[in-house]
Ligand binder design. Structure first.
Ligand SMILES: [Zn+2]
Length: 451
């Protein structure tokens, strides 16, 4: 029996301490440090046995093959895109997100579709529950094995027998290792289990996908420390009340973090959305005031997004400002610019702003559409529904250029918009056929157009 040892972890950031202290040195949070029991074994857990497929020996630098890593397709175009072209053998990917957002559904769906031998380990649901879930997804003829287990030592034993080509763990918080005394979900357990799984992945070149729950304020510390350990961190987000789910990479050792995957939640699972713009713009017969369309970019993909604003006289003393899917500070800045540079008295008005579809946009090119939506609502003048906007607004009311404007113009043209407003300072060589490009340089140009 090994000697029982304890150590102290910050529950906020996972930093380790030899003794208790009130404030964490690393993240400066107070009262987050707790004691956890650990028992470090001499030997590590994942024993490299006959399963080892990959061993490393020194290579001369010019003998190293620089052709891209072979990747396994996940048979899900959105998932492959976010990963940068597919699953890398031996890579450990963490899929984080709030509980109930659909992480298990996404990975189970992928597991059922994979032609490779896949082991889906669940510590959350019974085999029967997973089977029922799989039936909802309408899967047949799969190569997916379900294991209900939480102890890593048992999981590795099953892996040795089954020799799966892909391993999925749902979720890392439910696992526990014999070598650590503290309960499942504690920092030391998560660290130890992740270390064992990473070692397994690297030594056998088997890709491992981990699910990690995280709350909105990031209070579960596990995934935060995991982010440093794994190769790729994917975030699955979206408003639970909306049907759209967005998958993005926060960290990607094998690709860019700019890509975005969009899914629609349906009764039968998650459907890949290949043309998101059409879904994000509401279909309506008559133009309504307060609506404007922005040509934004999410990663490499252009996305037409509808902005809705409601400007009304404040009922209470203090006017309300609220923004959904858009930075509230940026909204205040735009309102101040409209007040100062264009003379609109918005100080006594309530302003509500909403990005439809429940998604959050941080592309500055959305600014001009926000201005247009606010003005349209303030004047109660609907904009023509075939107009769209792509420009940033500066503090002095200047309309600033945005990156990759030509891609935005082409997307707007493809979706049948007749006119796009962009900054005069954007250099374009494009001569589109069916869309008019309106060049604007200051906020007054837009005001003149709308009011
Ligand atoms: Zn901390």
């Amino acid at each position: 029996m090994a000697k029982v040892k304890t150590t102290f972890f910050c529950q906020n950031c996972g930093n380790q301490y030899a003794k208790w202290q009130g404030q964490c040195n690393a993240c400066k949070a107070w009262n987050t440090i707790v004691e956890e029991l650990i028992q470090k074994p001499e030997k590590s857990d994942w024993k490299s046995s006959s399963v080892v497929k990959r061993s490393s020996k020194p290579l001369k630098i010019n003998a190293i093959d620089t052709s891209s890593e072979p990747r396994l397709s996940s048979y899900d175009a959105e998932f492959d895109r976010v990963l940068g072209g597919g699953i890398v053998p031996g890579a450990v990917t963490l899929l984080g997100g709030e509980p109930g957002i659909g992480k298990s559904t996404l990975l189970l769906q992928i597991a059922l579709r994979l032609p490779y031998k896949t082991l889906y380990v669940s510590g959350e649901e019974s085999q029967k529950q997973i089977k029922m879930r799989a039936e909802r997804i309408h899967a047949s003829d799969t190569n997916c094995y379900i294991l209900t287990e939480t102890k890593t030592q048992h999981i590795f034993k099953q892996i040795e027998d089954l020799e799966p080509e892909v391993v999925i763990i749902d979720s890392i918080q439910t696992l526990h290792s014999d070598y650590i005394e503290s309960s499942a979900g504690s920092i030391s357990q998560i660290k130890e289990c992740a270390t064992e799984l990473i070692k397994f992945a690297k030594e056998t070149a088997t890709p491992v996908l981990l699910i990690g729950h995280i709350t909105k304020d990031g209070h579960i510390a596990g995934p935060k420390i995991l982010e440093h350990m794994v190769d790729t961190v994917l975030q699955f987000e979206g408003d639970r009340n909306h049907v759209f789910r967005i998958l993005r990479a926060h960290k990607n050792r094998f690709g860019s973090t700019n890509e975005l995957g969009i899914y629609e939640m349906q009764g039968s699972g998650l459907r890949e959305v290949t043309n998101p713009s059409e879904l994000l713009i509401s279909q309506k017969d008559e133009a309504l005031s307060g609506n404007a369309v922005a040509a934004t970019l999410e990663g490499m993909r252009p996305l037409m997004i509808e902005v809705q604003a409601l400007v009304s006289t404040a009922v209470y003393g203090t006017p309300q400002r609220s923004a959904t899917g858009f930075n509230a500070k940026r909204l205040n800045m735009i309102l101040a610019v409209l007040e100062k540079r264009a003379g609109f008295r918005l100080g006594a008005k309530d302003v509500f702003l909403n990005i439809t579809g429940g998604i959050t946009v941080d592309d500055p090119a959305i600014d001009l559409a926000v201005v247009a939506a606010i003005l349209s609502s303030n004047e109660d003048m609907p904009l023509q529904s075939d107009l769209c906007f792509a420009a940033e607004v500066g503090l002095s009311g200047e309309i600033r250029p945005v990156q990759r404007v030509e891609q935005r113009i082409l997307e707007a043209e493809k979706l049948g918009f007749s006119t796009i407003f962009i900054s005069k300072y954007n250099k374009i060589s494009l001569k589109p056929e069916s869309i008019t490009i309106e060049l604007v340089s200051k906020i007054e140009d837009i005001v003149k157009f709308i009011v």
